[in-house]
Design a protein around this ligand. Sequence first.
Ligand code: GDG
Length: 471
Amino acid sequence: MSGTQPRSEEPGLVVLSNRLPVSRVGNKWQTSAGGLVTALLPLVSTRPTSWVGWDGGSHKLPEKLPGTDAGLVGVGLSRADVKAYYDGFSNATLWPLFHDLVGTPEFQRSWWEAYQRVNRSFAEAALKTGEELSSPTYWVQDYQLMLVPQLLRAGTDAPVRYFLHIPFPAPELFARLPWRDQLLRGLLGADTVSFHTEHYRRNFVRACALLLTDVTVRGRDIVLEDGRVVHTQANPISIDTTDFAEDARSEEVTGRLQRLRRQFAGRRVLLGVDRLDYTKGIPERLLAFERLLEDREDLHGRVCLVQIAVPSRGDVEEYQRLRDLVDQLVGRINGRFTRPGEDVPVHYFHRGVAREDLLAYYLLADLMLVTPLKDGMNLVAKEFVTVQHAALSARSATEGAGALVLSEFTGAADEMPQAYLCNPFDLDGVSAVMATALSAAPEERRRRLDLLARRVRRHDIHAWAERELDQ
Ligand code: GDG
């Protein structure tokens, strides 16, 4: 282990997440991309921080998070534990169970045992690094570490906060888990348990009331047998809107946008940006786009779908099947609808793109398709409206603005009623919403975008973090 900081009198912070937010590119370490990292980065420089996470198999981690003063504390895991705790219990049991069974969860006792073992290692590493900080707060992130709050509570009186980045399912679904009571008790070790939405929070409180006989629910609090009170709250995660807006106006992004505009001239662009995950509804989105092309011959050669799918969890079988299915659907649609000498209707990238390119694509898009079958929040929706809004003043009124098509099964839908909402399971419905959003008047699209972007700006990442940590 490495990377703790000299003791300072300022209150410290110990962040725990499954992965440390660094990756090695060539022989240099970089801060890595992803929902959680994007969210936490602006916070770690504001107080003495240690970040505890799986070292990803590397024993030569940098001492600090590149470009910051935050110390990195790596937890080493055996290959077998990674398979059982991460690929197994986290991603093949909890992930599908918590996303309303859009994938089928597998229950294996050996995975559960590895999950307990790894959660203990994380808690031990955190307590050790916490001793070197003055008045630390422990801030535990996400479903891979649900037992950690209770383990920390056994070793310290310091404040423990927990944030769940994915949905909390209805208690009737959660109850299928053989180790349901242990997970609830794990979370109840925290002083505050936070969720993206009120709906997930209520599901958690209902699960506690239903499954644990020794707790009492008092409003938003859960009172334990020994009198300790656990507070629950809904606090939707957000983005650094200032950062995104500034970058959207940068010369680099403007240059890339101009190039893309030339490449896609004469066509309206529909855009999808997701990890390649079955919760994100990529096959269903492709089928809805295919339906649109079937129904609307006038759109042939005039619309295209750009789908960026960042490779994810390639070691889990269900993800390999998803990749094959997406390949097949893209091939089928392009086979059916490409016209001689013309460009294909679906541009599919099975890779991530640089942030500047991502922002240029957000600016290029006429429609942003965020259509997950289930998603805790979805930051892409918030990034898109922020970036589009930043460019609005530079556009003429007749140019309109990009429109957001948003699944009602995302946490983001709660805060974004002005999006073009859709049910991703209803292919005809999604296809019709795409057509409606494409034909909406420019001023209508601008009006909606303005309301959406303002709302995101009011509750940005700083507001989220303040609510998580300063209570
Ligand atoms: C989990 C929950 C919740 C994507 N492609 C590229 C790229 N990205 C960045 C996006 C965005 C992030 O990755 C994805 O965040 P999401 O929120 O959409 O999704 P998850 O990864 O599933 O995150 C989710 C989140 O945690 C936070 O709590 O919202 O519900 O599932 O920031 O911009 N970035 C770059 N190139 C890409 O190609 N540079």
